[in-house]
Design a protein around this ligand. Structure first.
Ligand SMILES: Cc1cc2nc3c(=O)[nH]c(=O)nc-3n(C[C@H](O)[C@H](O)[C@H](O)COP(=O)(O)OP(=O)(O)OC[C@H]3O[C@@H](n4cnc5c(N)ncnc54)[C@H](O)[C@@H]3O)c2cc1C
Length: 689
């Protein structure tokens, strides 16, 4: 067994009562959730290093927005100086290097999400784009960004008037053969690029997406360009640019989101990222794709890694949120007798509100860990020119998986953060509970890198294509095996609910087969609805828009939940035996808790009749909550980062709730002082004037 002594022991205290009842060793579970001991060590090394550095000390009062930007940028610089990205890591295989980058990002995210977003966009997304969209001639920019950390970049796609619909964006890059340059231009404010992270104050370059126009006037669609923005020595923007900071947001204020307008701004021809398409010196357009939308697709596919990063960060946010709420629930008592009050964790209602999210935190973590591994292996093989069976089908399947999983995870984490805040009552509303910051810093993930409601529609497209193939005797293209069952869709749909006891529901067979029924039924419903709209004469776009509510959207959500479940199970089977009983309970709780939200469809589609499905399902959920009560404190010990990183007065691992709150109140700057503005509000009696 691995030596886990580098994970510090937890202090003894009031939480011991519930720690003693756990059936497993929390450090072993921690390792199982991380999936790799070297990466777990790296995380602790980062946390322990940053804890000692005053630049990373927590503030008791929120600094001004400008100050948050300054601190975030300084923190990023310092992280680069610490060189957690060792030479060995830079030179390791693609898959190892990316997993290490992702680990550094996650470790930093738990401490300050603004820094990790800055780093993810400014270094990783940009350098990844240079590798996948650029060629040899862009390698020096890769070196400057990824290896030497001299360049900080940004990613400029969104415009004021167009976000989700990238195709109609209006920034142009017109080729000038005389000077061998592209001329970038913004026709008006509605076409200004906006929301661009790092652009407002700091970035030196941006990866710009603009409509490429050749001298014959042909528009070849959106392409990626490498565009210098600021002098790296003075941080002054170059002439021909109007660049501004977007001001205060409702979260992640350490990031300088900016807008930009280009006034006939010239860049060298070589700054076109030309892996998929190029323009010759004379101005002739050459592409390996015949369809311009495919070029955009290839460019945006690069975002998959970014979306996986968002999912990993979301796993950390939910882990922190539930850790705070569970430790609070175990140490906070309300009602009962004096000296024998009842801890919140004993209440069934409280368990039901929180334990589903604890289960989600564990299932998501193992799902994403397993999925990232599969994804990176495929990319690595394909980059190395090795044969990957059905590569293009695998890429489509991965895109479909990511496009519904990012919505599922980010939405669930947002709901979890809110529930955890409420579960800590008034104290949860304190800034020093950290639940407010976890929630508001997480919130934007449901919108950026693809708005959830729009992004998940792409999963529906792919699922319906596979369903069509299955119905017409064609091939279901699912190299990752996520929907191979569609070949037997009629048999899946013939399954009926037959259980008589809750134990029969607490099984992988019940949960997975019910999900397969649900997906097949929703596919059929969505397909029928879509076809009926087409039959009325609507275009494909209109028919799709008319098939979203209760159909397409439910379908992609169910598929995402199914993915989480099957990838979790595959991972669980490889874990040590001592952890399997608790992991099985968490799996069952997540599966049944999620199915509970689909009861309407299960009845509507005739999967079950009568009251027993709803009754048994809900009884099973409550039984699982009761069974997990003795485990849950140790589960969150495995999920939680160090106390310094968790940064919550309610969630400290010593469980000394009231001592910790007192310390926070008593050390609040100026807490006991008379208000400095007291003179302005006191009305003195006339006689004393
Ligand atoms: C904190 C933050 C950071 C960001 N960073 C960057 C960055 O670095 N670079 C960058 O380029 N962009 C960035 N963005 C922008 C982000 O990518 C866009 O906000 C996102 O793509 C959504 O586009 P939009 O805001 O124009 O929303 P819209 O497309 O206008 O959507 C508004 C609403 O309408 C709904 N909607 C749209 N189309 C449909 C449809 N067909 N059917 C049903 N509903 C629909 C959407 O679901 C959404 O709820 C950032 C945004 C935020 C909040």
């Amino acid at each position: 067994m691995e030596d886990l002594s580098f994970v510090p022991d937890l202090p003894s205290g009031p939480l011991d009562k519930y720690r003693k009842t756990a059936s497993f060793d929390w450090k072993r579970l921690k390792l199982a959730l991380e999936g790799d001991i070297e990466l777990l060590k790296l995380k602790y090394k980062i946390w322990q290093t940053l804890e000692k550095d005053p630049l990373f000390a927590h503030n008791t009062v929120s600094p001004s927005v400008e100050e948050q930007k300054r601190i975030t940028q300084l923190q990023l610089k310092k992280i680069n100086e610490y060189k957690f990205h060792t030479k060995e890591m830079v030179n390791s295989s693609y898959s190892r290097r990316t997993r290490t980058i992702m680990t550094i990002n996650e470790a930093v995210q738990s401490l300050n999400p603004s820094v990790s977003v800055k780093m993810a966009i400014g270094i990783y997304l940009f350098s990844n784009a240079l590798l996948s969209l650029g060629t040899e001639r862009h390698h020096k920019f890769y070196e400057a960004t990824f290896v030497n950390r001299e360049t900080l970049a940004s990613f400029a796609l969104t415009e004021i008037a167009h976000g989700s619909d990238a195709r109609l964006m209006r920034t142009t890059a017109t080729y000038d053969p005389e000077h061998k340059q592209f001329v970038i231009h913004t026709p008006d404010f509605e076409a200004a690029k906006c929301w661009v992270g790092n652009l407002g104050r700091t970035c030196t370059h941006t990866l710009l997406f603009a409509q490429l126009i050749t001298p014959d006037g042909t528009n070849h669609g959106l392409h990626g360009f490498l565009v210098p923005i600021r002098n790296p020595e003075t941080l002054e923007t170059y002439p021909g640019l109007i660049v501004g900071d977007m001001g205060e947001k409702i979260g992640v204020n350490g990031i300088d989101n900016g807008f930009i307008m280009f006034n006939q701004y010239r860049i060298p021809r070589e700054n076109l990222l030309n892996r998929t398409a190029d323009v010759t010196e004379e101005g002739i357009y050459e592409s390996s794709f015949s369809d311009p939308s495919k070029i955009l697709g290839a460019a945006l596919e690069n975002l998959s890694a970014g979306r996986i990063g968002i999912m990993q960060e979301s796993c950390h946010s939910i882990a922190s949120a539930v850790s705070i709420a569970i430790r609070y629930a175990a140490t906070r008592a309300q009602f009962g007798e004096r000296d024998n009050e009842i801890s919140l964790i004993e209440y069934e209602l409280h368990q039901w509100r929180l334990f589903g999210y604890v289960a989600a935190a564990v299932v998501f973590r193992m799902y994403i860990e397993n999925f990232s591994r599969v994804y990176l292996n495929i990319v690595e093989k394909s980059n190395a020119g090795l044969k990957v069976d059905n590569l293009s089908e695998a890429v489509s399947e991965i895109h479909a998986m990511v496009s519904c999983s990012k919505p599922l995870l980010t939405w669930t984490v947002l709901a979890a953060a809110q529930q955890c805040r409420e579960a800590c009552g008034g104290h949860g509303y304190l800034k020093c509970s950290n639940l407010g910051d976890i929630r508001s810093n997480h919130e934007a993930t449901v919108t950026y890198e693809g708005d959830n409601n729009v992004l998940s529609q792409q999963t529906g497209n792919w699922l319906l294509r596979q369903f069509d193939a299955a119905r017409n005797g064609g091939t279901v293209d699912s190299p990752l095996n996520t929907v191979t069952f569609l070949k037997d869709w009629e048999r899946c749909l013939a399954v009926r609910f037959r259980c008589r006891t809750t134990d029969e529901l607490k099984t992988r067979e019940f949960i997975t087969s019910t999900y397969r029924w649900l997906i097949c039924w929703l596919l059929k419903e969505t397909h029928d609805k879509y076809e009926s709209e087409i039959a009325k004469g609507l275009s494909k776009f209109e028919a799709r828009a008319r098939s979203q509510v209760y159909k397409w959207r439910e379908l992609t959500k169910s598929y995402a939940e199914y993915l989480a479940i099957i990838f979790f199970l595959e991972s669980m089977d490889k874990k040590e035996d001592g952890l399997k009983p608790v992991l099985h309970k968490l799996f069952c709780l997540y599966g049944l808790w999620s199915l509970d939200q689909h009861l309407v469809e299960l009845y509507q589609g005739g999967y079950s009749q009568g009251e027993s499905l709803a009754r048994l399902l809900r009884d099973a959920i409550l039984e699982l909550c009761a069974e997990l009560k003795g485990e849950v404190v140790s589960i969150v010990d495995a999920l939680a980062p160090t106390d310094f990183v968790l940064n919550s007065v309610l969630g400290k691992s010593d469980g000394k709730l009231y001592q910790n709150i007192q310390k926070a109140f008593f050390s609040q700057p100026g807490a006991f002082e008379r208000a400095p503005w007291w003179r302005e509000v006191v009305t003195l009696p006339r006689s004393k004037i």
